[in-house]
Design a protein around this ligand. Structure first.
Ligand code: FER
Length: 550
């Protein structure tokens, strides 16, 4: 659980610092002003005004966050950019002081100037149940006039009992517009938290006073006879969001005020669907079976690539890795990249050593046109641990390697690394197979293709599907080609897990034809837990990567 400064003392500190910025007068007087103006602040359990940074907030999904001077109050707000979906926004995990089963008062202010007329915001709670399944509940929803701040508040919202890993976040009902939030508060249940007024434009609230009542019916009736000139009032009178104010909307508002309905139907016209990515015309075998590389592929190749030993300064200090550059590597071209991890008791040199000779196999495959030239990196988990390597991968290894060598990443910014994920693969043997599952579970936003070899997922598959859910990915966004031998010590661990994934048909379609599906499990008859066999699984699987969803 993330920790943040909670409680009265944090509020006092923030109030004081706000006062110092507000005027040049003496602090004691200012502080008294602030406290009397915002008396309810003293009851706040959580308060973030983004004056001195972004707190412990993070971007949800692809979204990025930063302080911005377009604030509701004070000097700063939190600006949310780079959203690739409506559920991308700004999120924070609550600490243990907020109890499941208890009610609190929640408030945050939101604004965007990027929408056409108005933007519908949701203030949402995300949590996991005891099974680790994610749930989402709306704390407050409201529509904001373009460029106007609104308050999203709920004075009595209960954190569902049994909820774990509770987060709150702000998202929009549709679209990807940048937006701002300011003054996030959690207070004792029933607390009135003052916030933005005048910017709401909710369906049915024709006079935009925050409630739908008889006055709105009167205005809506006037509008039928053309006696309502205000465009924003007409916009709100369109209670069903059909795009046009009609008699039906008047009926709906009347029914709402009468208590016959408690929400309006949403007849928003369907947007044009995004085109599905075209499947590739690569010639896949839909049921690939194990095949050894020709024996000559283990010999040195006349068109040999280069293995460069690199040292980088990572999150666990100095570390080394090897980079295989294909024959004729040209820094003006872009290359797919495959990160391949060693097993327990091994290191970053194992895979290109005489024990495995994967560099020779790659050379021959590329020379014979079986594999597009690509970069293959062999890092090590020996400083991170196999199950935590994804952190070093994200923060250190990928930025180091792809800042130096030419891949599809336009830069090493998080956004550019994500944008190039379908040109990035990760695989590994044994404990490296575990590291592969953990990269899929925690860093799928950076990787599109996975090759777990003779290693099972100790975290279980729920973390994997939660990751897919939280990134909002479709089946064409990730591909898993797993392999092992039926005499391998990992075989009996992998079989039930692969069957579990096969049965999750919302997430996976089982075939080695990746133009039609995204999951395959290659089982090599009679093979045991040894690189001498596993290198041939790489030979079989790697040509199947990097053809889809470019
Ligand atoms: C597995 C079987 C064996 C596995 C790892 C191992 C991650 C590792 C064995 C070793 O390092 O000796 O299913 O999954």
């Amino acid at each position: 659980m993330k920790k943040f400064i909670a409680g009265v003392s944090a509020v006092l500190m923030t109030a004081m610092s706000t006062a110092v910025y507000a005027t040049e007068k003496n602090v004691i007087t200012d502080n008294a002003d602030i406290m009397s103006a915002d008396a309810a602040d003293s009851g706040y359990l959580f308060y973030e005004n983004y004056e001195n940074g972004t707190g412990s907030w993070t971007g949800r999904g692809d979204a990025e966050i930063a302080n911005d001077s377009a604030s509701f109050e004070g000097r700063n707000s939190l600006k949310v950019t780079n959203r690739n979906s409506s559920w991308n926004g700004a999120i924070i995990e609550l600490d243990d002081s907020f109890k499941a089963g208890s009610a609190y008062s929640f408030s945050v202010n939101a604004m965007t100037d990027k929408c056409e007329t108005a933007e519908k915001f949701h203030f949402t709670m995300q949590y996991n149940d005891a099974d680790g399944e994610a749930h989402y509940e709306k704390i407050s929803t409201s529509r904001a006039v373009k460029g106007k701040w609104i308050q999203l508040a709920n004075q009595n919202f209960t954190i569902p009992s049994g909820a774990e890993d509770v987060c709150i976040y702000v998202e929009t009902a549709a679209g990807k517009n940048d937006f701002y939030i300011d003054d996030a508060v959690i207070a004792v249940k029933g607390t009135h938290v003052s916030g933005a007024i005048g910017g709401t434009a909710n369906e049915g609230d024709v006079d935009r006073d925050g409630v739908i009542d008889a006055f709105d019916v009167v205005l809506a009736r006037k509008a039928i006879t053309g006696n309502l000139a205000d465009d924003m009032a007409l916009f709100c009178a369109d209670a069903d969001n059909s795009g046009k104010y009609e008699v039906n909307d008047l009926v709906l508002i009347q029914e709402f005020v009468n208590g016959e309905i408690n929400e309006f139907p949403d007849n928003t016209p369907e947007p044009e669907p995004e085109p599905e990515p075209e499947p590739s015309d690569f010639n896949y075998d839909p049921a690939l079976s194990y095949r050894e590389a020709p024996s000559g592929y283990l010999n040195p190749c006349s068109q040999a690539g280069t293995v460069v030993k690199e040292t980088y300064n990572g999150i666990h200090g100095s570390n080394t890795l090897n980079v295989y550059l294909p024959y004729g590597y040209d820094e003006n071209k872009k290359y797919n990249i495959f990160y391949l991890m060693h097993g327990g008791g091994e290191n970053e040199n194992t895979i290109f050593s005489d024990d495995v000779k994967l560099d020779h196999i790659l050379d021959h495959m590329i020379m014979n046109g079986e594999l597009e030239p690509l970069i293959v990196v062999t890092p090590t988990f020996n400083k991170s641990g196999a199950d935590k390597f994804y952190e070093e991968f994200r923060k250190s290894v990928v930025p180091f390697v792809e800042g130096k060598y030419s891949t599809y990443a336009a830069s090493t910014s998080e956004a550019d690394l994500r944008a190039s994920r379908m040109h990035r693969a990760y695989g590994g043997f044994s404990m490296g197979g575990l590291s592969t599952w953990c990269v899929a579970d925690h860093a799928m936003d950076l990787v599109g293709y996975f090759m777990p070899l003779s290693g099972d997922n100790w975290e279980g598959m729920r973390t994997l599907t939660n990751q897919i859910d939280s990134l909002g990915y479709k089946k064409t966004d990730y591909y898993i080609f797993a392999a092992t031998g039926d005499e391998d010590i990992a075989y009996n661990n992998m079989v039930p897990q692969m069957n579990d994934l096969k049965s999750k048909t919302n997430y996976f379609t089982y075939t080695s034809d990746f133009s039609k599906g995204n999951l395959y499990f290659l089982v090599a008859p009679g093979k045991t837990h040894w690189w001498g066999f596993v290198r041939h699984y790489v030979y079989d699987a790697l040509p199947y990567f990097f053809h889809e969803n470019q």
